[in-house]
Design a protein around this ligand. Sequence first.
Ligand code: AMP
Ligand code: MG
Length: 306
Amino acid sequence: MKRLLAILLIMLVVLSGCADSRYSRDFFSMDTIITATVYGKDETELVRNEVERLDSLLSVTNISSDVAKHNRGQKISDETKKLIKRCEEISTLTGGAFDIHLQALIDEWDVANATEPPSDAQITKALDDKSKIGFGAVAKGYAAACIRKKLEDAGVESAVVSLGGNVMLIGNKPGAGAWSVGIQHPTDESALICTVEAADTAVVTSGGYQRYFEHDGVRYHHILDPKTGYPAKSGIISATVITKDDTLADALSTAVYVMGVKAATELYRGVDGIELIMVTEDTVHVTEGLDFTLEDSDFKLEVIKK
Ligand code: AMP
Ligand code: MG
């Protein structure tokens, strides 16, 4: 009887541990829907506060943000200075494909509102103007890195936070091993192109399909090639980077999209601890370190060796 009671108690603890320990919250910030799921204790408010703090600090449109201050030539915080320095290092690593000093060009294109492309003269002029910064390609990843630190400091051992194309994973899914992360199909919104098993890492996807406008039958998307001033045309339609550093993952996903498969493969071979998924018109190129499942059999699979 005593034993039965003990088993019953253990079962109750296990069950309550499973049923009560998952806390989820959706909110809108940084121009996207953010979903935070935290296991063990409800720290979802902490996630929201941190995202909102960083949105106020890094948004290019908020006139009191550090970015707006920088672009007006005013003083900024040490935190933002540190992020600028980190971004400049990543820019070097990518041969300039990722560049936070492109904001004049990004404003000229204004892809979210435009109905036609700027003229060549406007593009050349904006490309030469390196005075304005923008963190559009890295703010969500940096936010993910800050959230990770806050949650870990609060003792959280298992969480998943999704910010637009950025997924931040802490630990494993309780009782289920690695998380299974689906990567959106670049040409079919309702489907997945592949899934990856991942734990304690960032999984970040960039794609031209995420934001674009069309003019005279031509599609103009939001990821710009700093070499040409035009939307990148590298042959990649979706680029995913998996690495433990959330900031690096976000910056590199944008860079890989610009660089194309060949240059990104060289980058992969030169940097430890990163894995890539690059989708081109008919092929999914995957680096060998991933636990990966192709979900669309119309695509060929090409494995890239280190
Ligand atoms: P992501 O979705 O992370 O790839 O970031 C795309 C956003 O980053 C764009 O909407 C622009 O604000 C900005 N951006 C576009 N091209 C670049 C680039 N080559 N380097 C850095 N930021 C860029
Ligand atoms: Mg990015």
